[in-house]
Design a protein around this ligand. Structure first.
Ligand code: DC
Length: 666
């Protein structure tokens, strides 16, 4: 079985740029398809569920086109812009007969079923086996009331469905249940303006997950259709309203996805900041931050960001909350409960039972694997965290090495990754289920939690060799940041960009087409491993490294090296700028004489001419220059441990660094 081993994690600090919201992405795509005019959607989520919607729209003859991306895509937090142009079909799908595969995307199958039932064609909608177990009967009942022809192809109440043309009559109000999924109401609301007639929908039960209806109404309004809402009971759409493209739209960051990082900040110290949602978000799941605040976490709200930190003192507090308004983010709270100071109650979450899996049963089973005591009810969950490890320490003791099953449910994989912050290794089985909404989730989590060892020191101190060996001993990734400056210099020389052209070099550095594999460095298809070590490039690297814009343009790329299980990063500002919260910082040095002698032996060994006196002078001058330069000067960080290797060979130097690393319990 495919699995991901998460190392024990001790803290979470940093910033994450969120992927686009799934709920907003799929609604915008459908509304843009149904509208008159062309819509450009920026920052669309790129995941399984949006691909399902895009593929279905293409299959139905709607013009959807990816707008060529930003060259930085895939280099920062692996998230870049993903923009699409949708040619609206004014409510008439060009293709009148189609088989549509909807995967396990509830946000695609429900609204499309309603839209297709009103569009006069023959369609068959199916999905993965789990989709055929997820109810759709309430929606179909709503559609049958107005004369639509929708039939069950297998089990009554569940997909797959067959849809045929039918004359639709809107005589009285459509009566709809709202206690199984709010997506049924969303589906009807989005589709019914296609009839051009006046429509009234009346709820026959309480409506759950109301914030999702607010997203629907908000987005319909942006496409020019107003819905009158009376409490959460009655919804009226006046006759004659049609969807019109608003032109360019921007997808907010995914607030449900934000929950994992905010919880990480609350559990793992923080601050952890998510960029892409803020206090004016139209997504109900941002209110997850209020639940965290109720647990004692310190929350900061911005226009376009939210940040979370651990409580001022002590542990997160236990809670007893009605979570009907944040059903998805509430799963994250169930895992946060493992870190609370007592029994936590999650109420009014019955909809969990009909999601990607039966989430109440699945969460209970997996939380128990970590040592929690869990009571499972029809519509609630009670989680008592594992006992504290001792009377002195308040840290909980989780069962070590739990293997979490994920049930093809992206949210189970994502929320249980936080358990590793309990300081125990955790295995996530079938981690690729995160592709449903957040393909780069584990990389984003690593960028705020994976342990980093930062190693710096003067040239010829042996830091590169030592850093690479330490990485090999620990099985960590290795970043030789100097090679990025060397590559930037080489790329500039090749492109004819002057080395003091700050903007020009920075633009090249930001998009370096470089790959590192098997000890070789390849730039735009050429192996440049040796070329970047030449004297000319060394001097060039030193020049471009002094340009602040160049340094800034390499920042995201360097941070993206932080992956599980950890990273050893070697270079000038690793511990001060790039990874200021690194778990271990080492300043490796040696006397100038010792370093000159090492370089001398190296050169002689390669059969190259060398002069001891000249080498020493050269090193001393370089040290002075490096220490005095205004940008990223050579300096030992206050919190770095000094390792003087003057009397040490490489093995001893590696051992000295490893003893510092072990002290941090990495
Ligand atoms: O470590 P190295 O010799 O390969 O580095 C090449 C140049 O880049 C050198 O002048 C130091 C500089 N550098 C830097 O300024 N910041 C880093 N993080 C790494 C290297």
């Amino acid at each position: 079985m495919n699995h991901l081993d998460l190392p024990p994690l001790t803290r979470a600090v940093g910033t994450v740029r969120l992927p686009g919201s799934k709920s907003i992405s799929n609604r915008m795509l459908l509304l843009a398809a149904l509208a008159e005019g062309t819509t450009e959607i920026r920052d669309l989520l790129d995941s399984d569920d949006t691909r399902v919607m895009l593929a279905a729209l293409q299959r139905l003859g709607v013009g959807v086109l990816c707008i060529p991306g930003n060259p930085l895509r895939g280099q920062g937090t692996a998230l870049g812009d993903n923009s699409w142009r949708v040619e609206g079909c004014s409510g008439v799908f060009p293709v009148k007969d189609a088989d549509l595969f909807m995967g396990n995307a509830g946000t695609a199958i429900r609204p499309l079923t309603a839209a297709l039932a009103l569009s006069g064609g023959h369609y068959r909608l199916s999905g993965v086996p789990r989709m055929h177990e997820r109810p759709i009967g309430d929606l179909v009942d709503g559609l049958l009331q107005i004369g639509a022809d929708v039939r069950y192809m297998a089990n009554p109440g569940f997909p797959p469905l067959a849809i045929h043309p039918a004359g639709v009559k809107l005589t009285g109000p459509i009566r709809l249940r709202g206690d199984v999924s709010s997506q049924f109401l969303t589906a009807l609301l989005m589709a019914l303006p296609l009839t051009g007639q006046a429509v009234v929908i009346e709820m026959t039960t309480e409506l759950i997950s109301r914030p999702y209806i607010e997203i629907t109404l908000n987005l319909m309004a942006r496409f020019g259709v107003q819905v009158q809402r009376e409490a959460w009971q009655r919804f009226t759409i006046a006759a004659g309203q049609r969807y019109r493209s608003p032109g360019v739209l921007h997808v907010e960051g995914d607030a449900s996805a934000a929950s994992y990082f905010l919880a990480a900040g609350a559990i793992g110290g923080g601050p952890v900041r998510v960029d892409g949602v803020g206090r004016n978000s139209i997504q109900g799941d941002v209110r997850f931050a209020e639940a965290l605040a109720a647990m004692g976490a310190r929350i900061e709200w911005g226009e376009q960001h939210i940040a979370a930190r651990a409580p001022e003192s002590g542990k997160l507090r236990a809670f007893d909350l009605d979570l009907n308004h944040i059903p998805d983010a509430a799963m994250t709270l169930a895992v946060a409960a493992l870190f609370a100071d007592g029994r936590c109650v999650l109420r009014n979450i019955a909809s969990w039972r009909v999601k990607e899996t039966d989430r109440i049963a699945a969460m209970a089973t997996e939380l128990r694997k970590l040592g929690a005591i869990v009571e499972e009810g029809a519509d609630h969950l009670v989680v008592s965290p594992p006992a504290a490890s001792s009377a002195v320490s308040s840290a909980p003791t989780f069962n070590v090495g739990a293997a979490i099953d994920t049930y093809d449910d992206h949210r189970i994989a994502m929320c249980f990754s936080l358990a590793a912050l309990g300081g125990v290794p955790v295995t996530i089985n079938d981690p690729h289920c995160v592709n449903k909404t957040f393909p780069d989730y584990f990389d984003a989590l690593a960028e705020i939690t994976a342990p980093v060892i930062a190693i710096d020191g003067p040239s010829a101190s042996g830091k590169g060799t030592v850093a690479e060996r330490v990485a090999a001993v620990l099985g960590y990734h290795y970043l030789d940041s100097g090679s990025l400056y060397r590559l930037a210099a080489l790329a500039a020389l090749q492109a004819g960009v002057a080395l003091d052209d700050e903007t020009g070099v920075a633009a090249l550095a930001a998009g370096l087409p470089a790959t590192f594999a098997g000890g070789r460095i390849v730039l735009a298809g050429d192996d440049v491993t040796d070329a970047i070590r030449s004297e000319e490039i060394s001097a060039g690297a030193s020049k471009v490294a002094a340009l602040p814009t160049v340094r800034a343009s390499l920042l995201a790329r360097q941070r993206a090296y932080r992956r599980f299980p950890g990273l050893v990063a070697d270079g000038r500002d690793m511990g001060s700028v790039v990874f200021p919260a690194a778990e271990a910082k080492v300043f490796l040095t040696a006397s100038a004489e010792a370093r000159a002698e090492r370089r001398y032996k190296q050169l002689i060994g390669k059969g190259m001419p060398a002069n001891m006196h000249a080498l020493l002078q050269d090193l001393q001058e370089r040290d002075a220059r490096d220490a005095q330069r205004s940008v990223a000067p050579l300096r030992q960080c206050d919190d770095a441990d000094l390792v003087d290797t003057t009397q040490l060979d490489i093995e001893q130097a590696v051992a000295a660094v490893m003893s510092i690393v072990r002290r941090q319990q990495l």
